[in-house]
Design a protein. Sequence first.
Length: 201
Amino acid sequence: MSELLDWSQHVASWRREVHDLYADVRANRDLAAGHAAWVARRTTLFEQHPASARQAGQELRHAPYDPAYRFLLPLEPAEAERWDYTTGTDGVVPFERAGRFDVPDVGQLDVWWLGSYGNGFFVPLRDATAGRTTYGAGRYLLDTVKGADLGHEGDLWVVDLNFAYSPSCAYDPAWACPLAPLGNRVDAEIPVGELGVVGSH
């Protein structure tokens, strides 16, 4: 029981750190500096935090910041659809499609609502770099339940592909991660964000 309590406290600490990190990024008007701070603090969390999925010898890699991959976008309407993700520990986790982003020169990305806990938006992403320079099953762009959220400017969402990051299962296959369904897969190459991990499981 004490091990479970310790782990739950570690996970709560991780989530507080992530919320604080993204709050600081949103407050930083220097886009490249905000991204550099995100890279540095995410790397520290990955390497040192007890809730990290990091395995021995693994290191993060990130592409340099490119402002061409930052967009301000409306949340466009999309036909209702349910996506059930089955996990080994939590059973079926249901997602409801809440809309989509139409990202210039990239394609459309479905935006999913996770109402079973936390109530938040989730946007996974798989692009043409998957399996080559980024994690083969894709990355995450937004996960507002966990604080991974760059906010809004007026009525428009900040969609910055420089902040795409790999899910925990990229580092440790023991983790279960919802991966990009068809509506979140694009043919374009997105060379920014977190790249494939260095090191082996």
